[in-house]
Design a protein. Structure first.
Length: 68
């Protein structure tokens, strides 16, 4: 995940906090990386200091609505 973030210009937590999911999705596509929802789930859980598999169905739904 770190490698992917570096490829799209996100190097610090501050960089990540200043980006939104739509910007990240666009940057991934521009780099030829398929923007799979698991990327966004793991970002969200990481920002919350939670294990990515801890995500709730409601949180998944909210992220899906933003990203798609």
């Amino acid at each position: 995940m770190v490698k992917i973030m570096h490829e799209i210009g996100i190097f610090t937590k501050e960089d990540l906090m200043n980006a939104d999911y739509r910007q990240i999705k666009t940057a991934l596509i521009n780099k030829g990386i398929q923007p799979h929802l698991n990327i966004f789930y793991s970002i969200e859980m990481g920002l919350q200091n939670r294990v990515w598999s801890d995500i709730t169905l409601q949180e998944k739904k909210e992220i899906q609505e933003i990203v798609q």
